[in-house]
Design a protein. Structure first.
Length: 438
């Protein structure tokens, strides 16, 4: 019988963090100082979430709200400031090594708002320049904002393009024009060490050829990194249900898009991420991308600020409640403005088994793979003993073992979204199944 990971849909679920927020639940409140007391605090990752956009794209399942009332933005910045203060007070000796500002769309903020936002992060980073990544969108970017980000020394800018064809983005509920995409890319080109473009496949009306057109256009714009997202439609997002043959289209888009990028001189870092090979550094460690996305961060030790941000210690992941539908998002943002930010009271506790699963998922789904010795140094056990399925997947050609690494094969990378969910614990599966979307 064919193994379920090969027999089922290749698009079972995107595992960008384990566990997903749908497994988080209310917890007895714990003061932040206690939560972080036993954690290393000398190289933390600071993540700031801006839950605002100028539009609500039909496909989007992120925690964000479109066109918030004018008064909400300054109130949100005030709450971020307050959260930064209580975090500083609870972790006075914390040192941050990286900063990412994501969303939503951080550049929904005007220049004054962006200055204020950096004022907030300065309180935690002591104003020091650390590798910083910022997300943006074509409709919110201006020359003034680009200058501001460049003056702040931002290292990586990531812009959501999705498709270079207006008809495709519009059919998926994103009112975007090629002219504004070109204008935004013209502003960004050459201004930052790393320019990332997000593209999506499986959009309504998209074909493999039109998809390859978008990929080639992104490469022509000089993208240093590309994130290729297969479209996922989830409950409560605006696009309705998918067709069966959609899986085949997405697999073909994946394969052909990957082949084009490898031929164009990009290396594959994970199922979604491709990075232009740098002739000066032929073998960068792909899973340790500087200023990269939070998704590829292997080590725990992340402090999140904002109503949609998570924070990670080794044994506790915490945040605030999660929603996708407009009403739920608004209510959670409103609660964030006035709530007690000195405690962690909503999240997920990771026991030793869950910590191992998380480590496995964060490493095995990257081309770099899982280093046995690092795993053993952290957990004192052997990964193949903890996860006998590694051998099963090796026999199926999804992963390979080359001492001292377990790494995905090309087939394994292609099947990342089926392989990942396979390693979820029963507890996480049950919590996620019970979760009622808001
Ligand atoms: C925070 S957004 C990027 C910045 C900005 N908000 C924008 O849209 O231009 C993150 C990315 O997630 C991807 N994304 C959002 N919803 C998705 C979905 N349902 N399926 C696949 N990818 C999705 C899009 O490629 C999007 O650019
Ligand atoms: S895709 Fe980007 S711009 Fe569109 S709703 Fe989602 S976060 Fe906002």
């Amino acid at each position: 019988m064919t193994h379920p990971v090969l027999a089922g849909s290749p698009f079972a679920g995107y595992v960008y963090a384990y566990p997903h927020k749908t497994a988080y639940r209310p917890l007895p409140p714990r003061p932040l100082a206690g939560v972080w007391a036993a954690e290393p605090r000398d190289r933390l990752f600071l993540y700031v979430h801006v839950p605002f956009c100028a539009m609500r794209c039909g496909f989007c399942n992120l925690f964000t709200t479109a066109n918030p009332a004018g008064s909400l933005v300054p109130l949100y910045l005030d709450a971020l400031r307050r959260q930064a203060e209580v975090t500083r007070a609870a972790l006075p000796d914390a040192r941050f090594a990286r900063l990412a500002i994501g969303g939503g769309t951080p550049t929904y903020l005007d220049e004054r708002g962006l200055e204020e936002l950096f004022g907030v992060t300065d309180r935690l980073t002591d104003g020091g320049a650390i590798p910083t990544a910022v997300e943006t969108s074509p409709d919110t970017l201006t020359a003034g904002k680009v200058d501001l980000l460049a003056a702040r020394g931002v290292r990586r800018v990531s812009i959501g393009v999705q498709s270079f064809l207006d008809a495709e983005v519009r059919a998926s509920g994103r009112p975007q024009s090629r002219a504004e995409v070109d204008a935004a890319l013209g502003l960004l080109r050459g201004r930052f060490p790393v320019l990332n473009l997000d593209l999506m496949y499986g959009l309504p009306g998209q074909t493999v050829d039109s998809w390859l057109h978008s990929i080639r256009t992104a490469a022509e714009w000089g993208a240093d990194e590309l994130y290729l997202y297969p479209l996922y439609v989830r409950p409560l997002t605006g696009l309705g249900n998918s067709a069966k043959r959609w899986d085949d289209l997405r697999v073909n888009c994946y394969r052909e898009g990957r082949a084009v990028l490898l031929a164009e001189g990009y290396e594959q870092v994970s199922m979604r991420m491709f990075r232009r090979r740098n002739p000066l550094t032929p073998n960068p460690s792909p899973s340790r991308g500087e200023g990269g996305t939070i998704h590829c961060c292997q080590e725990d030790g992340m402090v999140g600020l904002g109503s949609g941000a998570r924070s990670y210690t080794r044994g506790l992941h915490y945040s605030f409640e999660y929603a996708v539908a407009a009403g739920g998002v608004k209510a959670i943002i409103a609660d964030y403005l006035t709530r007690d930010l000195t405690v962690a009271d909503y999240g997920f506790e990771l026991d030793a088994d869950e910590q191992r699963r998380r480590y496995l998922l964060q490493s095995l789904l990257n081309a770099d793979g899982l280093h046995e010795s690092r795993y053993t140094a952290r957990f004192g056990t052997d990964p193949a003993a903890d996860f006998p399925d590694l051998r099963t997947f090796r026999d199926l050609g999804l992963v390979e073992y080359n001492h001292p690494r377990w790494a995905p094969t090309p087939l394994g990378l292609e099947r990342s979204d089926a392989l990942g969910p396979w390693f979820f614990s029963d507890r996480v599966r049950a919590l996620t199944a019970e979760y009622e979307p808001r």
